[in-house]
Design a protein around this ligand. Structure first.
Ligand code: AMP
Ligand code: GLY
Length: 420
C-alpha cells in the first residue's frame, strides 16, 4: 500500500516506524521531519493544517490510506475531505473529532450518557462564569478553554483569585483565541492518571496498551505543562479490575454514545482517565494517538498495524514487557527556546549507533548535509523496551546519555511514580 501520514512529530515517526515494520508499504509523510525522512518520503512544505494541500498530495500520489496524526487537522475536517474524494482515512470526521475539539461537547455527551466524569458547568459569558466562581467554596477548581489550545488550555486554580484571573485570560484576553469563547469549570479530581487507547470503526473496539504521561516540564511534576515529557507503558495502575470497569462504564458507552448522536467515531480514542476513590472518571478525550504515548504503545503492538488501521481485522496480542520513552527538549521549552543546535550521538539514520534495541523517535529535528539539528521544543523521544519496567527505564536513560546538544534538557524521573 501507499500510505501518507499527516503530521511531523514524534507520534508520526512512531506511526511510520510501525507501518514500516513489514517492509511492504510505500510511506510518505507531510510535513515530516529530519528523522522521519529516514523512513518515509517527506513533503516538508505541506503542513498538517493545510487541508487542501494534504488532500491534493494524497490525490496526486494516488495513496491508498492517509493516517492523520494531529488533532488540529482532524478538527479542520481532513478525514471528511479525504473520504469525499474516495481516499481511505484513519481518523474521525470533523463532527466526531469534537470529542476532543470541544470540551463542552464531550462533557455534555458524558452527562447525557451517564459516563463518569468531573461535575461541571459550561459558560459562554465571562460575567456569568465569574459570578459562578464567586459562589464556589471548594478549591482547587479546574478551568478549561472549550477548544484546542496546544495542551495549555487547562488551568488548575488554587483559589478564587486565580480562577477569576483564568476566566479573564481565557474569555476576555482571548489567550487561546476562539478556543476560549466558552469555558468549562469543573470539579478537581485526584488519583493516578491513566491513558487508554482504543481503535474503533464506530462499532467494534480494539484496545491497545495503556500508558502514563508526564506532562509537567520538571522532575516531581513541577514546572509548566508541556505536550508531554515522557511516557511508560503499560500503566501499572490499569489493573485487570480497573480495565473491566473502564470497558463497561466508559469505553463501550462512549463509542455507543457517539453513534447514537449521529457522529460515529472511527479512528483512535485516547481516554484520559483518573482512578479516583469513587471510581474511574474521564478527565478528557482525545481523538488521536497521544504524543509521546504513541512512542511507547506502538512499539508494544505485536500485530499487523496496517490491518488494524484499515479494517480492524487485527486482534491484539496481549502486551508483553514494558516500554519507556524519555523526551529530550530544547532549553526553555515549553516557553521560548532556540533551534538550529547540532545534535551529537546520532548516526545517519537518526538512531544511536551500537544500540539497536533503542528507537529514537524524532519530534523536532532537521537533517542538513547529513547532520541532525534541533528544530522544535520537543526534539527527540528515546524509547527502550524491557522485560520489566525498571529495565526499560534504565535502558532509555542509558541511551539518553549518548545524546547531547546545546541547551538540551529532560526529566530524570520518567516512570518513577509507576515503580512505587
Ligand atoms: P488536558 O490538557 O486536558 O490533558 O489536562 C491537563 C492535565 O490537567 C491533566 O492531565 C490532569 O492532570 C489535569 N486535569 C484536568 N482536569 C482535571 C480535573 N478535573 N481534576 C484534576 N486534574 C485535572
Ligand atoms: N501527551 C498528551 C497528548 O498527546 O495530548
Amino acid at each position: 500500500m501507499k500510505i501518507l501520514v499527516t503530521g511531523g512529530g514524534g507520534r508520526e515517526h512512531a506511526i511510520i516506524k510501525t507501518l514500516s515494520k513489514t517492509g511492504a508499504h510505500e510511506l510518505i509523510c507531510a510535513p515530516g521531519n529530519g528523522g522521519i525522512a529516514a523512513n518515509a518520503k517527506c513533503f516538508s512544505d505541506i503542513k498538517a493544517t493545510d487541508i487542501d494541500g494534504q488532500v491534493r498530495l494524497a490525490k496526486d500520489l494516488g495513496v491508498d490510506l492517509v493516517v492523520i496524526g494531529p488533532d488540529d487537522a482532524l478538527a479542520l475536517g481532513l478525514a471528511d475531505r479525504l473520504r469525499e474524494v474516495g481516499i481511505k482515512a484513519f481518523g474521525p470526521s470533523q463532527s466526531a473529532a469534537r470529542l476532543e475539539s470541544s470540551k463542552a461537547f464531550s462533557k455534555d455527551l458524558m452527562k447525557k450518557y451517564h459516563i463518569p466524569t468531573a461535575e461541571y458547568e459550561v459558560f459562554d459569558d465571562a460575567e456569568k462564569a465569574k459570578t459562578y466562581i464567586e459562589t464556589l467554596e471548594k478549591f482547587p477548581t479546574v478551568i478549561k478553554a472549550d477548544g484546542l489550545a496546544l495542551g495549555k488550555g487547562v488551568i488548575i486554580a488554587e483559589n478564587k483569585g486565580e480562577a477569576l484571573e483564568a476566566i479573564h485570560e481565557i474569555m476576555e484576553d482571548k489567550k487561546f483565541g476562539k478556543s476560549g469563547s466558552k469555558v468549562v469549570i469543573e470539579e478537581f479530581l485526584t488519583g493516578p492518571e491513566i491513558s487508554v487507547f482504543v481503535v474503533t470503526d464506530g462499532v467494534k473496539t480494539v484496545e491497545l496498551s495503556s500508558a502514563m504521561d508526564h506532562k509537567r516540564a520538571g522532575d516531581g511534576d513541577t514546572g509548566l505543562n508541556t505536550g508531554g515529557m515522557g511516557t511508560i507503558a503499560p500503566n501499572p495502575f490499569y489493573t485487570e479490575k480497573i480495565k473491566q470497569e473502564v470497558n463497561k462504564t466508559i469505553i463501550i458507552p462512549t463509542v455507543k454514545a457517539m453513534a447514537a448522536e449521529g457522529c460515529p467515531f472511527s479512528g483512535v480514542i485516547f481516554f484520559g482517565l483518573m482512578a479516583t476513590e469513587s471510581g474511574v472518571k474521564v478527565i478528557e478525550y482525545n481523538s488521536r494517538f497521544g504524543d509521546p504515548e504513541a512512542q511507547v504503545i506502538l512499539p508494544l503492538f505485536g500485530g499487523d498495524f496496517t490491518d488494524l488501521l484499515t479494517d480492524m481485522t487485527e486482534t491484539v496480542k496481549p502486551v508483553e514487557g514494558f516500554a519507556s520513552c524519555v523526551v529530550v527538549a530544547s532549553g526553555g521549552y515549553p516557553e521560548k527556546y532556540e533551534t538550529g543546535k547540532v545534535i551529537s550521538g546520532l548516526d545517519e539514520k537518526g538512531q544511536i549507533p551500537g544500540m539497536p534495541d533503542i528507537t529514537v523517535f524524532h519530534a523536532g529535528t532537521k537533517l542538513v548535509d547529513g547532520k541532525y539539528y534541533t528544530a522544535g521544543g520537543r526534539v527527540l523521544g528515546i524509547t527502550a523496551k524491557g522485560k520489566t519496567l525498571q529495565t526499560a527505564i534504565d535502558r532509555a536513560y542509558e541511551a539518553v546519555s549518548k545524546i547531547s546538544f546545546d541547551g538540551m534538557y529532560y526529566r530524570k524521573d520518567i516512570g518513577r511514580k509507576a515503580l512505587s
